[in-house]
Write a protein that binds this ligand. Structure first.
Ligand SMILES: [Zn+2]
Ligand SMILES: [Zn+2]
Length: 267
C-alpha cells in the first residue's frame, strides 16, 4: 500500500500539472485528450467498470513489450471473466506493441511514466478504457531467493501491470501449470482490485477483508487472497488445485466477493 500511496501522490501531481497547463489563455490548435478520468485512485471506477450507468462499452488496451504478449487462450478466458462479472455490452481488446524500456527492474513510478508515454486509450463518450502493461522486467523489490516475487499490481483506477517475465519464469518451473494459467489468475486478481475488491471502492456486504493484508479476502480458495499476487503463493494454490483434479486451475471469486460486486452494480 505504500507504493500505492506514492502513486496517488503522483496522480495528484499530474492533475496539477494538467490544470496549470489549461490555464494558459493561448487557444490550443489541437484538442488534447482529457485524461483526468483515467488518473484516479484504484477502485474509484469500480462501479463504472461493473455497471452500465455511465459506460456501456469497455476498451482494454494491452501495451506489451515485444515478445511478452499474453496468449490468446488467456485473453479469451479473461474476456469471459469480464463478461461474467460486468454488464458491459461491448468489450474490445486492442494491442499495442512497445519496445523494451531496457530496465533490469521496474518501480511503479517508472511503470506509470511509461504509461503516460505510451497509452492511447482513454475514456471517451460511453466507452471506459483500461490500460494493462505487460512488462519484460521484474518488479523492483522482488526477493527471488524467498520466492517473494510480485506478479502484478494496480496503481490507478484504470491502470495495471503484469510482470510477464516473472509470470513466465515461475510457470516454467512447474509441469502442472501453464503460463496461461498464471497469466489468467494474475489478470483476474488485479482486475478484482479495479472492481473495488476488497473494501477498495466496492463496500463489503459482509466483513471478509484479510486482517493481515489490506484489500484482500480472508476466505480460503478465493481469487482475491493475497497469496495470488506473489509467485510462491500463487504456484502453491494452482498446483494444489491441479493435483486435486479441480476443473480449472485458476480459483474463482468466493460468495463474499461476488456479493460485494453485485451490490456495486456488477453481476
Ligand atoms: Zn491483490
Ligand atoms: Zn473473496
Amino acid at each position: 500500500m505504500k507504493r500505492f500511496k506514492l502513486l496517488l501522490l503522483f496522480a495528484g501531481l499530474t492533475l496539477l500539472l494538467n490544470c496549470s497547463k489549461d490555464e494558459d489563455s493561448q487557444p490550443q490548435v489541437e484538442q488534447e485528450t482529457d485524461k483526468s478520468a483515467n488518473l484516479l485512485a484504484t477502485g474509484d471506477s469500480a462501479h463504472d467498470l461493473l455497471a452500465n450507468t455511465n459506460f456501456s462499452n469497455l476498451l482494454i488496451e494491452i501495451g506489451y513489450v515485444e515478445g511478452f504478449q499474453p496468449s490468446t487462450t488467456t485473453m479469451a478466458n479473461f474476456e469471459d471473466f469480464l463478461r461474467d462479472r460486468t454488464f458491459k455490452e461491448n468489450i474490445t481488446v486492442q494491442y499495442l506493441e512497445l519496445p523494451s524500456p531496457g530496465k533490469e527492474t521496474l518501480t511503479l513510478q517508472e511503470i506509470a511514466d511509461l504509461e503516460t508515454e505510451n497509452r492511447t486509450a482513454y475514456n471517451e463518450g460511453n466507452t471506459l478504457a483500461v490500460y494493462i502493461y505487460f512488462a519484460d522486467a521484474p518488479a523492483d523489490g522482488d526477493d527471488e531467493e524467498q520466492n517473494l516475487v510480485t506478479l502484478g499490481s494496480v496503481y490507478r483506477n484504470t491502470s495495471m501491470v503484469i510482470y510477464e517475465r516473472t509470470v513466465r519464469a515461475i510457470a516454467n518451473r512447474s509441469a502442472l501449470i501453464t503460463i496461461s494459467d498464471v497469466e489468467e489468475a494474475v489478470l483476474s486478481h488485479e482486475f478484482g482490485h479495479l472492481f473495488g475488491l476488497v473494501n477498495l471502492g466496492s463496500p463489503m456486504v459482509a466483513l471478509h477483508e484479510d486482517a493481515a493484508s489490506t484489500n484482500h479476502c480472508d476466505v480460503a480458495g478465493c481469487l482475491m487472497q493475497a497469496e495470488i499476487e506473489f509467485g510462491g503463493g500463487l504456484m502453491g494454490i494452482l498446483e494444489s488445485r491441479a493435483l486435486a483434479g479441480k476443473g480449472a486451475a485458476v480459483p474463482s471469486l468466493d460468495a463474499a466477493c461476488l456479493a460485494d460486486l453485485q451490490a456495486n452494480g456488477g453481476r
